[in-house]
Design a binder for this molecule. Structure first.
Ligand code: 5GP
Ligand code: ZN
Length: 114
């Protein structure tokens, strides 16, 4: 989608080191990491948010979660634990309008979130 920051990252118009890429998703480090591991996993196809995925494309969510599991193993945080987060909409704290999941780990994470 034109003028979408994460679409530009997918298209490599904005340089970013991909940690993982396949035909459906890319993963890269968050520019402002909140934990020793803070990876963003995003679909290559543009969806504004979790609420904007058509029913027949919802399998992208299970795929993103599977990539999160794989990256957690790669980072060796699968045993210690980690968090997979989707911020959806304004009060959910979503600041980039292209669906993305945060993979956070490598330290004790607090709950509840602010
Ligand atoms: P949200 O707040 O929408 O859930 O998450 C957006 C995330 O994208 C934030 O954690 C923010 O640090 C990250 N971010 C914003 N712009 C960029 C960028 O240009 N490159 C990367 N790698 N991350 C970004
Ligand atoms: Zn986009």
């Amino acid at each position: 989608m034109k003028d979408c920051l994460f679409c530009k990252i997918v298209e490599k118009e904005i340089p970013s080191d991909f940690i993982f890429e396949d035909d459906r998703v890319v993963a890269f480090n968050d520019i402002s990491p909140q934990a020793p591991t803070h990876i963003l996993i995003i679909p290559k196809e543009h969806f504004n948010s979790l609420m904007d995925i058509p029913d027949d494309k919802l399998d992208i969510i299970s795929h993103i979660h599977n990539v999160a599991r794989k990256l957690a193993q790669d980072r060796k945080i699968d045993g210690s634990g980690f968090r997979v987060v989707n911020n959806c909409g304004k009060e959910g704290g979503q600041s980039v309008g292209h669906l993305h999941y945060h993979l956070l780990g490598g330290r004790q994470l607090a709950w509840p979130p602010g």
